[in-house]
Design a protein around this ligand. Structure first.
Ligand code: ADP
Ligand code: ADP
Ligand code: ZN
Length: 218
């Protein structure tokens, strides 16, 4: 059965890491607005040019831009199998737009999994993150090494530090999360979809916990 879920959590919570693992386990695509935007920046497309300034400052890209991206992405055939939304929605406006789209398509969400991690751990994770320039897979200088230093296990791409993963920008992004994204916890709790869990521990343990959360509750 198709499963449609949102991974919700602050920058550094492990959404990208877990979304890629879950995507492989369940055979459903990961849809990450951050990955799509970074690819557009790397390709120098008009979308990338518009988004880059916001991203480098640690601000959110305007709602209508990311809503448009998601609308297009959900229209692609592989979304029929279900999907994992990673990094979207990030504002109540985005969540409402998503609800309207899904209602029109007749494909409701099954789960919103919220991953909680302490602020200091988030900063440590983000400052040590290295990201594949090709497939956007995240690694960490202390917590998650690739098999060959500087090279992505999955695709052989070069691992780089994201421009927005420097400490000053990280604090800004965390405050944007608290102000603009955290209200989604109440939003999805109200909708009866919220499953909360702790995001600290080994990557494989978190993955197992996510599996439990989405197979138990409905
Ligand atoms: P997000 O997509 O939520 O911003 P990522 O999946 O990119 O988070 O993870 C942020 C950083 O923390 C990455 O460098 C990643 O390798 C590392 N990381 C992910 N999960 C864990 C974990 N359970 N313990 C320690 N580090 C982790
Ligand atoms: P992280 O999980 O580390 O915060 P992402 O890759 O999800 O990183 O996002 C990186 C940047 O891309 C964000 O700081 C923001 O500028 C932009 N972005 C990604 N998703 C959205 C979204 N849904 N709405 C607005 N901006 C977004
Ligand atoms: Zn890669």
């Amino acid at each position: 059965m198709a499963m449609r879920l949102i991974l919700l959590g602050p920058p550094g919570a492990g959404k990208g890491t877990q979304a890629k693992l879950l995507s492989a386990r369940r055979g459903i695509p990961q849809i990450s607005t951050g990955d799509i935007l970074r690819q557009a920046v790397a390709d120098g497309t008009p979308l990338g040019k518009e988004a880059k300034g916001y991203m480098d400052r640690g601000a959110l890209v305007p709602d209508e831009v990311v809503i448009g991206l998601i609308r297009e992405r959900l229209g692609q055939p592989d979304s029929a199998k279900g999907y994992i939304l990673d990094g979207f929605p990030r504002t109540v406006v985005q969540a409402q737009a998503l609800d309207a789209m899904l209602r029109a398509m007749g494909t409701p969400l099954h789960h919103v999994v919220a991953v909680h991690v302490e602020e200091e751990a988030l900063v440590e994770r983000i400052s040590g993150r290295r990201t594949c320039g090709q497939c956007q897979r995240p690694y960490h200088v202390r917590f998650h090494f690739p098999k060959t230093e500087g090279v992505c296990d999955a695709c052989g791409g070069a691992l780089l530090q994201r421009d927005d993963d420097r400490e000053e920008t990280v604090r800004r992004r965390l405050s944007v999360y608290r102000q603009q994204t955290e209200p989604l916890l109440a939003y999805y709790k109200g909708a009866g979809l919220l499953k909360e869990m702790a995001g600290e521990g080994k990557i494989e343990e978190i993955a197992a916990q996510i599996d439990r959360v989405i197979s138990n509750a409905r």
